[in-house]
Write a protein that binds this ligand. Structure first.
Ligand code: AFP
Length: 336
């Protein structure tokens, strides 16, 4: 239960600063960076709430580099994030779902981080007042003595030093990890602060929900199809599973990490390499969920081990409770 005196609550800023104290070598830059993401999230949460009144619903009429229809809110979210870092000297570059190429930021010679972000995850929900999110991964590239942080130096999701998501629902949730567990906060709109409401989140070993776009199942790889058949065969499955699919990865992963279960977006006919993007969707959420005791896989490899080859790289993506992932991976390895 929440301590009822607001001054005793743990705000996001206090939590980040207290974690920083465990690292004597820390310069404080990562702490400011995370606080700045949260600040952008507050601006975006407010704008999302007012979008129908401010004429911000609907599409711009254009498409992004990935051929997806761009919504006005995609553009607003992207600008909000990039503006929040434009002169902060905190990151060398921002990689965004909405930009063709990494966007270099004005920074000093010491800027060592690259911010990879999906500003508006689940944008098809934005016009219908549905849940949407923001996903972020903060990478520290292996520069091997080179002075500048460069996307070309990124090796895999293991180069992340922090990751998290913001979920814009009935309340605004912020969850982050710096490799020391996953911690969840809720925006108290009265005081404009994210307050710790879900400390040290643990993802249950198994769960009752599975989450996937079932319209794609007929063109999934046969092993993934057999896994879903197994899951939904009430005579075979250890317990009954129910389907939940929101169309926003953040919302589905948030439920999965809190209540257990599995989210799947394997490859299919339309998405031969998978649909979801490694740098700013899969790797950050894999880091987050692993820190809560869960797991994330492509069906062949741990997501955090997938070598980074390009900024908008797509991979097959399955994430959730550890026992569910072990079962899925076993299905993917089997020959039947
Ligand atoms: P964007 O809104 O960021 O483009 O991504 C939406 C999304 O990547 C993810 O949030 C959903 O889980 C998934 O796509 C939904 O895709 P389908 O409509 O193909 O099921």
């Amino acid at each position: 239960m929440m301590d009822d005196h607001p001054a005793r609550r743990v705000t996001l800023q206090r939590h980040i600063l207290e974690s920083q104290r465990h690292h004597r070598e820390a310069t404080g830059e990562l702490s400011v960076l995370l606080t700045q993401i949260a600040y952008a999230g507050k601006i975006f949460a407010h704008a999302l709430g007012r979008a129908p009144l401010a004429g911000r619903l609907g599409s711009t009429g254009g498409t992004n580099v990935q051929g997806e229809v761009t919504k006005k809110l995609d553009v607003f979210g992207n600008e909000t994030i990039t503006d929040a870092f434009a002169t902060s000297e905190l990151v060398a570059a921002v990689v965004s779902e909405e930009d063709d190429e990494p966007r270099p930021m004005a920074c000093g010679p010491g800027a060592k981080y690259i911010l990879c972000i999906d500003p508006l995850d689940g944008s098809s929900n934005s016009d219908i007042n549905g849940v949407v999110g923001t996903i972020f991964g903060v990478y520290q590239p292996a520069t091997d003595g080179a002075r500048e942080a460069d996307v070309a130096h990124l090796r895999s999701g293991r180069d992340q030093v922090a990751a998290g998501y913001i979920m814009y629902g009935p309340s605004t949730a912020f969850a982050y990890t710096t490799g020391e567990g996953l911690h969840g906060f809720t925006l108290d709109e009265d005081i404009g602060e994210f307050v710790l409401t879900h400390p040290a989140i643990r993802c249950p070993e198994a769960g009752s929900y599975y989450s996937a776009n079932l319209a794609n199942v007929p063109t999934w790889p046969s092993n993934a199809r057999r896994y879903i058949e197994h899951l939904t065969d009430s005579t075979e499955a250890a317990h009954a599973y129910s389907l939940r699919y929101s169309g926003a990865l953040v919302a589905d992963v948030h439920r999965t990490v809190l209540e257990g279960g599995i989210y799947l977006y394997p490859c299919d006919l339309r998405h031969p390499d998978g649909k979801l993007r490694l740098l700013y969707e899969c790797a950050p959420l894999a880091f987050v969920v692993e820190q809560a005791g869960g797991a994330a896989s492509t069906g062949r490899a741990r997501v955090l081990d997938v070598p980074i080859q390009s900024v908008h790289q797509r991979i097959p993506f399955v994430i959730g409770s550890r026992a569910e992932l072990e079962r899925f991976d076993a299905f993917m390895r089997s020959d039947a």
